[in-house]
Design a protein around this ligand. Sequence first.
Ligand code: ADP
Ligand code: MG
Length: 278
Amino acid sequence: MAATLDDYEVIATIGTGSYGTCKKIRRKKDGKIMVWKEMEYGSMSENEKQMLVSEVNLLRELRHQHIVRYHDRIIDRNKTIIYIIMEYCQGGDLASIIARHRKDGTHVPEDFAWKILIQTTLALKECHRRKNGKAVLHRDLKPANVFLDMDSNVKLGDFGLARVLHHETSFAQTYVGTPYYMSPELVNNMSYNEKSDIWALGCMLYELCALTPPFTASNQSELNRKIRIGDFPRLPPQYSMELDMMIRKLIQVEVAKRPSIGSVLADALIQSKMKILN
Ligand code: ADP
Ligand code: MG
C-alpha cells in the first residue's frame, strides 16, 4: 500500500533550499528517523512534472552505500506538493564543514580528505554505471550535496533534481550560485559528460582542503578565463604532495587526459588508501 503523510510525523525543519524545504521526520510504524523534501509542483508545466516523476523513479533505483537512499514519495494533489522521503544524514554536509573550518582557521585532516575522495568516487562510479545504456551524471557535485552519516561516511545526494527544476535549457540555468566547479568543456559550451563530474570532484576536494575553490573571480568572464587556463595554487602546506598531485590529475583542462572514475579507483595510491581508510 502506498505511504501517506499520516505515516510520518514531522520533527523539525532542517533547512530551506532553492527548490523546497527539507524536514526531519519520524516514520510512525518503527520510529525510524528520515527526511523529506517538500517541493511545490503546481507551477511546473506538464513536461517538467513528467521529468520530475521520471527523475524520482530513477533515484529510487540508485542503491549504494555512498548514495543517499531514497525511500518513497508522497504526492499531495490538493496542495500540489511532492514529498521525497529519504535517508537522514546526521553528519550534515561538506559545505558546513568547510564553513566551520574557515571560521575557526583550521583545516580538515588529510585522511578525511582522502576518505571523502574515495567514497565520493565510489558513489559516482555507481551513477556512471550505465543504466539502460544511459549514465546518470550528477551534474551538481558540490559540498552542499555531499552528506555524512553518523560515522562520517559519504552519502552523495541531490541527483538530477537540480536539472529537472532548471529545465536544462541552457547551462547558465543549471547553476544557481557562482559556477566555481564548471569544467572547461562546459565553459566552452560543450556537453556535460562523466569527465565533467571528475573535474567537479577535483574542485570539491580542493575546496575541502584549501577552504576556497581552485578558481575564483568576481565575474563570470574572469572565472571562465581562469578555468580555461586551469592554473591554481598548491594546497596549503600541511597537505602532502601526493594529495595535491591527485587533485591536479582530476582538475585537468584536457578532457582526454583527465582520468575516468575507473582509472581514479585503479590508482595505486588510492588503492592503498582504500585499504587503510575504508
Ligand atoms: P539546497 O541543496 O538547495 O540547499 P536542500 O533542500 O537540498 O537545499 O537542503 C536543505 C537543507 O537540508 C540543507 O541544510 C541540507 O544540508 C539539509 N539536508 C538535505 N538533505 C538531507 C539529508 N538527507 N539528511 C540531512 N540533511 C539534509
Ligand atoms: Mg541540496
